[in-house]
Write a protein that binds this ligand. Structure first.
Ligand SMILES: C[S@@+](CC[C@H](N)C(=O)[O-])C[C@H]1O[C@@H](n2cnc3c(N)ncnc32)[C@H](O)[C@@H]1O
Length: 333
């Protein structure tokens, strides 16, 4: 999909690119590498870290020095170890109350290594924001590799996976070359966007609420040690327990609010070309036809599609379809 996105930007000789839902930062990184002047934005703090590292870079020699120190730190028991390590007895859903001891996110040994690395990065003085962000990114990547689940941070496998028994390894994030860019953090609905091209890859369904799915990345990024609700398979910060708090996620996650949200983005975008990514998965908030109809009010619309493998999940999870189409909706204003 990255090559297609660049192709759509090239078609109109764009120089500036806005990545409105930057997530992992991969699209921003790719476009910067191709020479575009990139701005990114996302609601989540961890995405702010990824985007900042990809768009502003870091000093590799500083990072390598600190990574050497981190590799030799004594493990300590801290916030991750207390809340996310070892096994815990809990009621297993759908069993009528059977209690079993199940693994949490990390082995105790690994959690202590991650705690020690994160406390060290928190304590460094005399470091640029770029370099600190790069070290935080490195810890998130290392922690993610040994987390006892392959897709999100809401649950863990029944037994320790092979990867979760490996030792966390801290490596420098990829250093991207190209014009320096800017990463924003916040609700896209509050931004006025001005760029040659804006690319929007919004959430498609309330089934993937990013703040709940990747809460640990956000907690490690921010290191604010939030209050947790322990009743979930993996403890979750209270502020992202939306259903329990009787809060609607709103925005792109709910049918009622999605149309207004898309209309707001379109109204706030002062761009030659807008590109939306969306799929035809049955549970999506809007159908592709509904989204195309909304976009048609802004300019000339072209729709292109790619066959895509459905999001890979463990076999035991019931998939509702085997494949899906990923669409690009390209709007020339
Ligand atoms: C489909 S993902 C984007 C993935 C991204 N293109 C990538 O390559 O990693 C959707 C993203 O939208 C973000 N998001 C959800 N609601 C938002 C909002 N109102 N404003 C800004 N970002 C939002 C989520 O945090 C998530 O990272």
């Amino acid at each position: 999909m990255l090559e297609s996105i660049e192709h759509y930007a090239k078609e109109i000789d764009a120089e500036t690119f806005f990545d409105g839902f930057s997530g992992t930062g991969i699209v921003s990184a790719f476009m910067r590498d191709k020479g575009y002047s990139v701005q990114g934005n996302d609601l989540n703090y961890s995405s702010y870290i990824y985007g900042s590292v990809f768009l502003r870079g870091f000093d590799p020699s500083v990072i390598s020095q600190h990574l050497k120190v981190i590799a030799n730190l004594p493990p300590i028991s801290g916030w991750i170890t207390s809340n996310y390590s070892g096994t815990r007895a809990r009621q297993i859903r759908g069993t009528g109350g059977v209690v079993e001891s199940r693994p949490l996110g990390y082995t105790v040994e690994n959690a202590k290594i991650i705690d020690s690395a994160r406390e060290y990065v928190h304590s460094i003085t005399n470091i640029s924001e770029e370099d600190r962000n790069a070290l935080v990114f490195s810890i998130i990547l290392a922690a993610d590799k040994v987390f006892n689940n392959s897709n999100d941070q809401k649950s863990a496998f029944k037994v320790w996976s092979k990867q979760s028994l490996e030792k966390p390894l801290f490596a420098a994030p990829t250093l991207i070359k190209g014009p320096k860019g800017v990463q924003h953090i916040g609700d896209i609905l509050n931004l006025k966007i001005s760029s040659d091209v804006a690319y929007y890859d919004p959430p498609y369904t309330h089934g993937v609420l990013y703040a709940s799915c990747y809460h640990l990345n956000d907690s490690i990024a921010k290191w604010d040690k939030p209050l947790l609700d322990d009743s979930y398979a993996i403890p979750r910060p209270e502020k992202v327990c939306f259903r329990k708090n009787k809060q609607k996620a709103g925005g792109f996650y709910n049918k009622e609010s999605a149309t207004v949200a898309f209309e707001t983005i379109l109204a706030n975008s002062d761009c030659k070309r807008l590109i939306f990514s969306y799929s035809d998965a049955p549970r999506n908030t809007l159908s592709i036809e509904e989204l195309v109809k909304i976009c048609s009010k802004k300019g000339t619309v072209r729709v292109e599609s790619r066959d895509h493998k459905i999001c890979t999940q463990p076999k035991q999870m019931k998939k509702i379809s085997e494949q899906l189409k990923e669409f690009f909706i390209i709007i020339d204003t």
